[in-house]
Write a protein of this length. Structure first.
Ligand SMILES: Nc1ncnc2c1ncn2[C@@H]1O[C@H](COP(=O)(O)OP(=O)(O)OP(=O)(O)O)[C@@H](O)[C@H]1O
Ligand SMILES: [Mg+2]
Length: 427
């Protein structure tokens, strides 16, 4: 397909997932057959986060710029704005009932009433220091008739809406917004990552019942619990793939990069499963010559860390709110979930339905990236496409000579993002 003009006319969204190891930018478009297609994917290494929070804005900004450039080149368009993801601790989810203000008398519920309902709920103050990110209407009550999911066209005098209101720390939202702006992009809004990731990895049947999403990233593990499709709890553990690699690095006196390679290529968390006696030659720092170790040696170290992580997940899922409805299924995703035999060990330890979740529902994802580390970005792309406005994400044909950011500066009259306006915080 010829890149450029044809796509600009289309229905586009751009999303940025800022992780502890990488920034991932996805440009997604809706094709005429209504399927969603990734037209640009950019990934840039980044170590500007600590425990999921921005610690080095310059490093994050630089990675956003590089990933955006790559995605723009592929799609053949200049990226002007994007949604950014938020995960980690202090994502709150509240249930709110509210009466939707509408004129007197009995009349049919209109699309405008439903829009007004969301606006109205958005006006509630979140907890101090929190910023409302999503208002998701769940059910409506029409003159005492409960549990209506789609009231449009139905006649009623009073309309009540039950909504899920999700909020995140204002400080973290502002830091994300600033990093995106500094990379020359307008921040169109913030998406709560686990909610979007669930969209990309859950099977339709899993959306009924109680399901946990466990995203094992670089420096942290995000947990979210869903009950009949509604996110009811979130948690974060400060353990991710980094800690597994670091353990190997310390145990065998290896540089981090060598330990990472050893983990990915020869690692397992069930030492007796994976050619236990097979030998691997390594070169420890400070030793005269090479050292021969076995898969079992590597597996023993990774197993200890995996068992600790699984136990921490178990503790997080063992919360009073879920006493009546315990988690039935766990979908494990994120790059760290790919560690050999991790899913098997988790099944043995937790005795639940457990599977690896890779992103689905998007065309155009290169074979090399069809893995769980892209699940969050892919989910955000789907979420943005289905639930959020385009905000002029793709501006005009990409001109390689100008560079994406150089071109953008000319395009952007206002450097400050409009997150505050788009997300109904403190109104
Ligand atoms: N095949 C593999 N086997 C084991 N670990 C892997 C494999 N592939 C990637 N990883 C690990 O996945 C981790 C990165 O995962 P991911 O890309 O999901 O993190 P992130 O999104 O950058 O971070 P976070 O979500 O914590 O902010 C790294 O620690 C890496 O070692
Ligand atoms: Mg991640």
């Amino acid at each position: 397909m010829q890149k450029g003009m044809t796509l600009i006319q289309g229905d586009y969204r751009a999303v940025i997932d800022i992780g502890t190891t990488k920034v991932c930018v996805i440009l997604v478009a809706r094709r005429p057959d209504r399927r969603l297609e990734i037209t640009g994917l950019g990934i840039a290494q980044c170590d500007g986060l600590r425990k999921g929070v921005i610690a080095d804005t310059a490093a994050v900004t630089d990675a956003i710029r590089r990933a955006a450039e790559e995605a723009s080149q592929q799609a053949g368009v200049v990226l002007a704005a994007a949604y950014v993801g938020i995960a980690g601790t202090h994502i709150d989810s509240d249930d709110r009932w509210s009466a939707v203000p509408r004129g007197p008398g009995v009349r049919a519920v209109t699309q405008d009433d439903l829009v007004e309902a969301v606006k109205h709920v958005s006006k509630f103050d979140p907890a101090p220091g929190q910023h409302v990110l999503h208002v998701i209407p769940r059910t409506y009550t029409l003159d005492g008739l409960h549990g209506v999911h789609n009231p449009e066209g139905m006649h009623t005098q009073e309309l009540h809406v039950q909504s899920q209101v999700i909020s995140g720390p204002t400080e973290q939202v502002e830091a994300l917004e600033a990093a995106v702006n500094a990379a020359g992009l307008r921040c169109a809004g913030v998406i709560v990552e686990p909610m979007a990731t669930a969209d990309a990895v859950f099977e339709p049947a899993e959306k009924q019942g109680v399901v946990a999403l466990v995203d094992i990233g670089g420096g942290k593990t995000d947990i979210a619990v869903f009950h009949d499709g509604i996110m009811v709890a979130t948690a974060m553990l400060p353990v991710g793939g980094y800690q597994f690699t670091n353990d190997l690095s310390i145990a065998f006196s290896l540089p981090y990069a060598d330990a990472e390679k050893l983990k990915v290529e020869q690692g397992t968390v069930i030492p007796d499963f994976f050619h236990a006696a097979a030998e691997v030659v390594i070169r420890p720092t400070g030793m005269q010559g090479p050292l021969t170790i076995t898969h079992r040696d590597i597996g023993q170290i990774l197993k200890d860390r995996a068992e600790e992580l699984i136990e921490l997940v178990r503790m997080k899922l063992d919360i009073p709110a879920l006493a009546e409805t315990p988690v039935e299924t766990i979908v494990v995703t994120g790059g760290g979930a790919q560690l050999r035999d991790f899913i098997t060990l988790t099944k043995h330890s937790l005795q639940k339905k457990i599977r690896l979740g890779a992103p689905k529902g998007l065309d155009g994802l290169p074979e090399t990236h069809r893995d769980p580390s892209i699940a969050a970005a892919a989910g955000m792309a789907m979420w943005a496409m289905r639930n959020l406005p385009a905000e002029g994400h793709a501006a005009r044909p990409y001109e390689p000579s100008a560079g994406v950011i150089g071109t953008l500066r000319g395009l952007l009259p206002h450097a400050k993002s409009d997150v505050a306006k788009k997300t109904p915080a403190k109104v």
